[in-house]
Design a protein around this ligand. Structure first.
Ligand SMILES: Cc1cc2nc3c(=O)[nH]c(=O)nc-3n(C[C@H](O)[C@H](O)[C@H](O)COP(=O)(O)O)c2cc1C
Length: 306
């Protein structure tokens, strides 16, 4: 069974990608979920400087998912390039690695891309545009079509590495954002990131998370994320698309492919079930066999053609 997939010209041995922030710096899972078994792994979002992240508690469980307010805690670009990437590359010579970039300004994004373009291990960039844009009073890049367009077009001028844009569901117009990113030359769009959420501790009479609110992930967001991916594919059928949000079984992964996605990111499910990847691959192969599909292309986007 051929599980190969292509996101634009980017080739993957299988369509499953470890989602940023849920697979650390690519070494933590070890043999529990080896990097080389994934089509690709996206490392934790990196910013120019070290970020300590938000005050704890930073995670809590909710029905069918979790809320996190990690606050993009990361080691910063210098340590990422000097320690984390080499450690990943040494342990995983056969894995495909994508870097996730988190900038608070256009210049920070460009600085990250310029430096990370020198790293041989990185095969694509995923822009985390759910970051506040300091120049626009903290408004998310991803909620601002002009900022998103400028970000992608400037990025494409300075790097030859494929640029994927992870759109945020926290905008009224994710299709509009995907459209301007495509026009600006994005190689792919990823739909989507976490959905803003909160939980309150009724015994302590206060929010559970130190940051009060956070991002909801896991099965709870699957139908909402799937809808956004579907709408983007309907509007932009030629744009390479990656689904992300809520996949914890093969059946949900297949839904993203039927909606028009060439690949599917998986995050929260691997926390709960470290062999999720094994299960989704098995399901996909069996599903394709049962349906008579020889390749991902045979059924990608079929549900969007009605
Ligand atoms: C603990 C945690 C940390 C995350 N950190 C990042 C991050 O650094 N950058 C990013 O783009 N997304 C981050 N995400 C979002 C995931 O990459 C993914 O978009 C989201 O969790 C939805 O997918 P899932 O339902 O399969 O987990 C994080 C999610 C979780 C649960």
């Amino acid at each position: 069974m051929n599980l190969n997939s292509k996101v634009g010209s980017f080739e993957l041995a299988n369509p499953f990608i470890a989602a940023s922030g849920t697979y650390g710096y690519g070494t933590e899972y070890g043999d529990l979920s080896p990097a080389k078994e994934w089509g690709a792994v996206i490392l934790k979002s990196v910013s120019r400087n070290l970020r300590p992240g938000n005050v704890p508690p930073r995670c809590c469980e909710v029905d069918s998912g979790m809320i996190n307010s990690i606050g993009l805690a990361n080691v910063g670009l210098e340590k990422f390039m000097a320690e984390k990437l080499p450690a990943f590359a040494a342990e995983n010579p056969d894995a495909t690695c994508i870097a996730s970039l988190a900038g608070e300004t256009l210049d920070e994004f460009l600085y990250l891309a310029e430096n990370l373009s020198k790293a041989k291990a990185i095969k694509a960039f995923e822009l985390n545009i759910s970051c506040p844009n300091v120049a626009k009073g903290g408004m998310h890049f991803g909620a601002d079509c002009n900022a998103s367009r400028q970000l992608v077009s400037e990025m494409k001028k300075i790097t030859s590495i494929p640029v994927w844009v992870k759109v945020t569901p926290s905008t009224t117009d994710p299709v509009g954002v995907a459209t301007v990113c495509a026009e600006a030359g994005a190689d792919a769009v990823v739909a989507t990131n976490t959905i803003p959420a909160m939980k309150i501790d009724i015994n302590r009479c206060r929010p559970v998370l130190g940051n009060i609110t956070g991002g909801l992930s896991g099965p709870a967001i699957f139908p909402a994320s799937l809808r956004i991916a579907y709408m983007i594919h309907k509007a932009l059928p030629k744009l390479p698309l990656v689904g992300c949000g809520g996949v914890d079984c093969g059946e949900k992964a297949v839904q993203y492919i039927l909606a028009g996605c060439s690949a599917v990111e998986i995050g929260t499910a691997t926390f709960r079930q470290p062999d999720t990847l094994v299960q989704v691959k098995k399901f996909l192969a069996e599903y394709m066999d049962k349906m008579g599909f020889k390749s991902i292309e045979d059924f990608k986007g079929l549900a969007a053609r009605i």
